[in-house]
Design a protein around this ligand. Structure first.
Ligand code: PBG
Length: 326
């Protein structure tokens, strides 16, 4: 009896063979750690994200040191201010928590770890929206752009290597590029949140940044029903000068990632968001999932679908695992 001539299992038999033919790999330099900084003192655990905390300045600097030593690509900073107002003044004030934190982290890591900043107003506004509101209470696109331009320059002055506009206002990349260039920051990289969906998976993040949002973000973030709309956003962001583009959330949007991957040669990022983190943590805590295997598989899948880099709250731990995993 003659068996099959072609045997795909031949390449699956030994770990060493599997390693040789792996099409996708994970490395610490593919990972970006999102981190939260508050204005008080001490570490404040985030209940909806077990293992993740809001840090004080010293704690954040220590975290950045660990990220650098683990050879991560970067750290993405989110500020949690005490005071919020209608226009998000804390976002542009040099002494605003995010700008102070950026200076402190950059002073510590220099150019050995990329210092990245969330460029959005929602953490700083008392109404919790990503922009300023008009008289009717709607998010005013063009008035918001002026705030983003100021915010970009404030973040670059504080030492950000990379700014991450995540507010989904029309024209945001263009005004940010123009403002950065006019202020002399031609080398600051724009990692644009290109395809950002109005997602339920951001739920835990709202606690993480103590968001006061009432309602939702559906007038500016994308409808989960749409793929083609992401291609429009991609074209615009590239035309406006985005250096890198991002898809967010991650796992529910692998099709979007793969589709955009085929349409641009720019580096692409994927953001495995708070809800994706917490789902795995909750299931693992119940013994329903193998935590380490699930996290690694999720990250590998995002890379396979087309992401060059992944933002993940698991980044430090994963870097540790990668030193000991085959
Ligand atoms: C906006 C922003 C959000 C996230 C990152 N940037 C919240 C939102 O758009 O509602 C969510 C990240 C996460 O859920 O991990 N500043």
């Amino acid at each position: 009896m003659s068996g099959p001539v072609v045997r795909p299992r031949r390449l699956r038999g030994l770990p060493a063979v599997r390693r040789m033919v792996a099409e996708t790999r994970l490395a610490p330099q593919d990972l970006i750690l999102p981190a939260f900084v508050h204005e008080g003192t001490g570490e404040r655990p985030i209940g909806s994200m077990p293992g993740v905390s809001q840090h004080d300045l010293d704690g954040l600097v220590e975290l950045a040191r660990r990220a650098r030593d683990a050879r991560l690509a970067g750290i993405m900073l989110f500020g949690v201010p005490d005071e919020k107002d209608a226009v998000g003044s804390g976002a542009t004030a040099p002494e605003g928590i995010l700008n102070r934190a950026t200076r402190a982290v950059r002073a510590e890591v220099g150019d050995d770890l990329l210092v990245m900043t969330d460029l959005c107003l929602d953490e700083f506004t008392d109404h919790g929206h990503c922009g300023v509101l008009d008289d009717a209470g709607r998010v005013d696109n063009d008035a918001t752009l002026e705030r983003y331009a100021e915010m970009a320059v404030a973040q670059a002055r504080a030492g950000a290597h990379v700014v991450g506009p995540s507010g989904m206002m029309d024209g945001q990349v263009a005004v940010i590029r123009e403002a950065l260039d006019a202020a002399g920051f031609v080398d600051v990289v724009i990692m644009a949140y290109t395809a950002k969906y109005a997602s339920a998976f951001y739920g835990p993040f709202r606690e993480a940044v103590a968001s006061s949002l009432q309602g939702d973000r559906r007038t500016y973030q994308q409808d989960p029903a749409n793929l083609r709309e992401s291609r429009v956003e991609l074209e615009l962001d590239l035309a406006e000068g985005a250096d890198m583009v991002m898809v967010k959330p991650g796992l529910p949007y692998l099709d979007v990632l793969a589709d955009l991957r085929a349409r641009t040669d720019r580096p692409m990022a994927a953001y495995m968001v708070s809800g994706e983190y917490s789902m795995i943590e909750a299931a693992a805590a119940n013994g329903w999932l193998d935590r380490r295997a699930s996290v690694l598989e999720a990250l590998l899948s995002l890379r396979r679908a087309g992401a060059d880099v992944v933002l993940t709250y698991h980044a430090l731990e994963v870097a540790d695992w990668l030193r000991t995993t085959d």
